[in-house]
Design a protein around this ligand. Structure first.
Ligand code: NDP
Length: 280
């Protein structure tokens, strides 16, 4: 089955399952494996590649540059500006550095990594300049809770925000209380980061393992299927293991039954009240 797609407000469609790159580009000895993993993922249709100037101090963007050689037109790149760089001129300079490291002249989606001291209006203004020059296709934010989003929408041009990338997995379901519905109402897709829980502790949860074993799949696949079942949600797992890459792709074809979903709710209860947005 081909991967389902999610339409961004800017008009482009991206696969609902992409690839993360945090912790890539930090160690030359892992470089070849990281490139190979991303390439394999692209071959399998996971063409949305998420990175940031922060990851490996730009090293992750360089890993991507090598992985997409000869495939630029098949992939959609997402990168992020660090909050302390997100002034009017700083955002533009940061984007230019990212473009250089990525070996391209266009980033499909450029995000503010999290809120910092620079006024949102300045960052949005810089995003608009980058859009006009063709350096970026669309812009968005990351780690924004509902109140942050409301503030953003009140800023000139803020309504053009294409996505909000936030922590979302079985052990971090706070957004189900409000942000998920808010985003749907505003036709703004959510990019779920750390969908596997980041460090594999979540994947060892006995209930998750039981559900996975009964279905004949892995805990990671159930965890991903859970996130992907939400309309308008894009998951961006990071995988360097080729077995992990293949498993993650196959998870997009897995649909959980009502019983499995109920068992997950029992083990990882959904929020009953407002929780401040978690971030890692
Ligand atoms: P993930 O939840 O994607 O987990 C990554 C870990 O899971 C790695 O150790 C990986 O191992 C392992 N893994 C991958 N696939 C499988 C599998 N099928 N079975 C078992 N283990 C598996 O964590 P991340 O925090 O990396 O989140 C994903 C991406 O989201 C990041 O890489 C980054 O791009 C983005 N992100 C954005 C943030 C933001 O503030 N905007 C914050 C955090 C992440 P291995 O590599 O060995 O295959």
């Amino acid at each position: 089955m081909t991967l389902p797609t999610v339409a961004l407000p800017s008009g482009i469609s991206v696969p609902s399952l992409g690839q993360g790159t945090w912790r890539m580009g930090e160690d030359r000895r892992r470089h070849a494996d990281e490139v190979t993993a991303l390439r394999r993922g692209i071959e399998l249709g996971m063409t949305l590649l998420d990175t940031a100037e922060m990851y490996g101090d730009g090293g992750a963007e360089q890993v991507i540059a090598e992985a997409i050689k000869g495939h630029r037109n098949e992939v959609q790149l997402v990168s992020k500006v660090l909050p302390h760089n997100a002034s009017r001129s700083g955002t533009i300079a940061a984007c230019e550095r990212s473009l250089k490291r990525l070996g391209t002249n266009h980033i499909e989606l450029y995000l503010l990594h999290w809120r910092g001291r620079h006024p949102l209006a300045e960052t949005v203004d810089a995003f608009e300049t980058l859009q006009r020059s063709g350096a970026i296709g669309a812009w968005g934010v990351s780690n924004f809770d509902v109140d942050d989003m409301e503030e953003l929408l009140a800023v000139p041009g803020g309504k053009a925000c294409a996505t909000n990338q936030v922590l979302y997995n079985l052990t971090a379901r706070g957004i189900e209380y409000d942000l998920l519905a808010w985003s749907a109402e505003h036709a703004m897709p959510i990019m779920a980061y750390s969908p596997l829980g980041n460090d594999n502790r979540m994947l060892r949860h006995p209930s998750l393992q039981r559900i996975a074993n009964a279905r004949g799949v892995t805990a990671a696949q159930v965890a991903l299927a859970f996130v992907l079942a939400r309309p308008g949600v894009i998951a961006i797992p990071k995988a360097t293991g080729l077995d992990h890459v293949a498993e993650n792709r196959a998870a997009a074809d897995l649909s959980l039954t009502a019983e499995e979903q109920a068992a997950l709710d029992a083990a990882f209860p959904p929020p009953r009240r407002k929780q401040a947005l978690e971030m890692i």
